[in-house]
Design a protein around this ligand. Structure first.
Ligand SMILES: *[C@@H]1O[C@H](CO)[C@@H](O)[C@H](O)[C@H]1NC(C)=O
Ligand SMILES: *[C@@H]1O[C@H](CO)[C@@H](O)[C@H](O)[C@H]1NC(C)=O
Ligand SMILES: *[C@@H]1O[C@H](CO)[C@@H](O)[C@H](O)[C@H]1NC(C)=O
Ligand SMILES: *[C@@H]1O[C@H](CO)[C@@H](O)[C@H](O)[C@H]1NC(C)=O
Ligand SMILES: *[C@@H]1O[C@H](CO)[C@@H](O)[C@H](O)[C@H]1NC(C)=O
Ligand SMILES: *[C@@H]1O[C@H](CO)[C@@H](O)[C@H](O)[C@H]1NC(C)=O
Ligand SMILES: *[C@@H]1O[C@H](CO)[C@@H](O)[C@H](O)[C@H]1NC(C)=O
Ligand SMILES: *[C@@H]1O[C@H](CO)[C@@H](O)[C@H](O)[C@H]1NC(C)=O
Ligand SMILES: [Cu+2]
Length: 623
């Protein structure tokens, strides 16, 4: 088959009957099929006002950072993580699945509910540690359930289970993923939906639309490639919507079994109705540009922050970012349209870049109105969006519904420079203020901080920024690297005071009501500060804990683009860490003593200390 035939063929196929069954492409998941239900899936709590835990709270009248509705339910989940072989785009590869599903199961709760997830590590052949992070959840009062190994827990050892229990403290759209090395690249990611007050009316909640760049190699090889001086950059092989896409089998490079026209995701629209789509960039590197042929989109929230609605043709999402949009179904009842998401190859790397329409950087899914034949191939044309910067939409476009002004005199201002280079033994690494992060899985920095210990000998590579008891923190970040980075802070929605290129001149956009979110893209920069990309972020120290601040590109964080911020340390010292969290370190210590752990990236290093620390030095429970 000619190289171009299959992928070009997506647009020239006679029908969209998938060549593979859903079980072959996505295991037990029904996402991406017309059988995937709209949301909500559950009935609201009956004995509460309006059946809703948040009663009369609205987006505009309630400060979500100080208020969470009481009386919520607890939703319990059991997650078994194991290896599997699936063909999401027709190419057979080994992946990591939760309960046999790719994407992993959608978690769906109400604001104020408690989420309890028992995670069992059943990864074998070979074994690996794991840990799940609940992106954007504040974890106020439960900083030990944030899920970053070596920071708030030790990895969940093979054969062990660990239960995360935390409050759904904000509402909107997010996701969860492994935070162990670049493991989520192998498929360990899923949507997390928290229903709350609505700032824009709509009829149908279509649910998550996960946009993920996709790779045919295993993540460990890709991390090795990332860290090898002189090696070409890691490039994605395809781009998926809800875990599905076709691939041109002529481009398979390593002999994997490949089936053409494996099957695209399909969505159902009702003519005349308003649809909510929850867009999530859950990929490893690619910056996504999302469009729907023949439709505009109304933005209602960015990350967990509801915003005054604005209409656009194209949504830009860096890794980790979410945008909730309303799409008015203006087409006739028998119509069908292409949904598209493009990895912007000016900002990201894809292995097949002779586009359009060949490029595997272009994800497609079909939207069928109620009377359309759901196997027909849409014939609509793409919405053009011109030359866009490797950046988020201008800050001036975004106005959060609930204003949360940032103080003009933060207690501490920390400047941070992002650079790229090689370390003393010739591996490629990213650094923040000259230091590249390296984890040590035998420790939890949170547990040490809880004991008042922020003076450990390994301090430099743990990249700890101890902000003591400062009440507000401003981060002025400069990027001296020629690609953008989606920068993510755990435990907070930060105010985004400014972003741009050059030296920040002190100007703040919408000072009384800046954009807030939990990931913000910093622009590419030149190699000197005067030509750097910058972002200026600020947040109040109202959440005692150890909170990572890092680039969300899997390859960059693996290469050390990561710091730990210690917040409100004297309050942190008063917290009592649950015994089960301590147990992860005991179990990991036993496992790492007996097994050789492959060590390569920032998240996998098990530093040689001349033997492991005695157990007592690792964990002392503070009472
Ligand atoms: C599609 O790819 C083939 C093979 O690389 C190439 O010959 C052709 O020009 C491409 N078509 C477009 C439209 O880019
Ligand atoms: C996928 O690869 C695995 C492991 O090599 C193999 O066991 C399985 O049969 C393959 N599946 C297909 C459809 O080729
Ligand atoms: C949809 O219905 C219109 C009006 O009846 C008709 O003109 C058109 O051909 C139909 N389109 C399809 C794809 O069936
Ligand atoms: C990529 O850059 C080229 C050259 O500047 C430009 O023509 C093109 O529109 C850009 N693509 C996007 C998606 O911005
Ligand atoms: C350089 O990075 C590699 C890969 O992370 C690591 O194995 C090595 O120990 C580092 N070298 C130094 C001197 O830190
Ligand atoms: C690192 O590479 C440089 C040249 O690229 C070489 O001069 C130097 O000896 C290497 N260092 C180590 C520790 O291998
Ligand atoms: C802090 O913790 C490290 C690592 O366990 C240990 O080596 C060091 O002695 C501790 N410092 C104090 C003051 O307890
Ligand atoms: C504020 O943070 C700085 C470090 O950035 C630290 O030196 C200082 O002691 C902190 N102040 C308080 C009151 O904790
Ligand atoms: Cu980055």
């Amino acid at each position: 088959m000619a190289a171009s035939a299959v992928v070009n063929g997506i647009l020239a196929l006679n029908s969209l009957v998938p060549a593979l069954p859903q079980s072959a492409t996505n295991g037990n998941s029904n996402l991406g099929t017309l059988q995937a239900p709209t949301l909500p899936l559950f009935v609201a709590t009956p004995n509460l006002p309006d059946g809703l835990p948040w009663g009369t709270a609205t987006v505009a009248n309630t400060n979500p950072y100080t208020t969470t509705p009481g009386g919520g339910q607890t939703h319990s989940y059991q997650f078994n993580i194991a290896r599997g072989n699936i063909q999401p785009d027709g190419v057979n590869r080994s992946v990591l699945l939760v309960n046999g599903e790719f994407p992993a199961p959608t978690i769906e709760v109400n604001w104020g509910d408690t989420i309890s997830v028992e995670v069992c590590n059943q990864i074998t052949g070979p074994e690996e540690g794991t840990a799940l992070h609940w992106h954007g959840i504040l974890q106020t009062l439960t900083p030990w359930y944030d899920g970053v190994p070596s920071v708030q827990q030790c990895p969940i050892a093979p054969g062990k289970c660990f239960t995360y229990t935390f409050l759904a403290d904000l509402y909107g759209t997010t996701w969860y993923h492994s935070h162990y090395s670049a493991q989520y690249n192998a498929g360990l990611l899923g949507a997390l939906i928290i229903h709350g007050p609505k700032n824009v009316p709509y009829d149908i909640d279509v649910g998550p639309v996960l946009l993920t760049d996709w790779y045919h190699e295993d993540y460990f090889s890709l991390v090795e490639q990332t860290m090898t001086v002189g090696a070409p950059p890691v490039k994605s092989d395809n781009n998926l919507i809800n875990g599905k896409m076709n691939f041109d089998c002529a481009f398979v490079t390593n002999g994997q079994h490949c089936t053409p026209n494996a099957g695209l995701s399909k969505f159902q629209f009702q003519s005349g109705k308003a649809h909510r789509l929850r867009l999530i960039n859950a990929g490893s590197e690619g910056l996504q540009r999302f469009t729907i042929d023949g439709h505009t989109m109304t933005v209602m929230a960015n990350d967990f922050v509801p915003v005054k609605p604005y209409t656009t043709d194209v949504i830009t999402l860096g890794i980790g970012q979410r945008t909730d949009v309303i799409v008015q179904a203006t087409g006739p009842p028998n119509s069908s349209f292409w949904m598209r998401s493009d990895i912007d190859i000016n900002c990201s790397f894809n292995s097949i870049t002779n586009d359009p329409p060949n490029g595997s950087s272009h994800a497609l899914a079909a939207i069928y109105y109620e009377d359309a034949n759901t196997n027909e191939v849409p014939t609509t044309t793409a919405t053009p969006y011109g030359d866009l910067a490797c950046a988020n939409d201008p800050l001036s476009e975004t106005t959060p519904f609930f204003p949360f002004p940032a103080t003009s005199n933060p207690a501490v201002t920390q400047e941070i420079e992002i650079t790229f280079g090689r370390n003393a033994t010739n591996f490629s690494v990213f650094s923040m203020n000259g230091e590249s992060f390296r984890a040590n899985y035998d420790y939890s920095i949170l547990a040490l901080a809880n004991q008042g210990n922020l003076s450990y000998p390994l301090d430099p590579e743990w990249n700890v920024f101890d902000f003591g008891n400062n009440a507000s923190i401003r981060l002025v970040v400069y990027n001296l690297f020629p690609a953008s980075h989606p920068m993510h802070l755990h435990g907070h929605n930060f105010n985004v005071l400014a972003e741009g290129t050059g030296i920040w001149d002190g100007t703040i956009t919408h000072q009384q009501n800046t954009q807030r979110r939990d990931v913000q893209i910093i622009r590419p920069g030149g190699s000197v500060k005067a030509q750097a990309g910058y972002i200026v972020l600020q947040y109040n120290a109202d959440n005692p804990g150890v909170w990572p601040f890092h680039c969300h590109i899997a390859w960059h964080v693996s290469a050390g683009l990561y710091i730990n911020t210690v917040e409100s340390v004297s309050l942190l010292e008063k917290r009592v860490i649950p015994q089960s969290v301590q147990q992860t370190c005991t179990d990991w210590g036993v496992y790492a003593h007996n097994d050789v752990v492959d060590e390569i990236d920032s998240g996998l290093k098990d530093r040689d200390l001349g033997g492991l620390m005695p157990e007592s030095a690792k964990w002392t429970r503070r009472s």
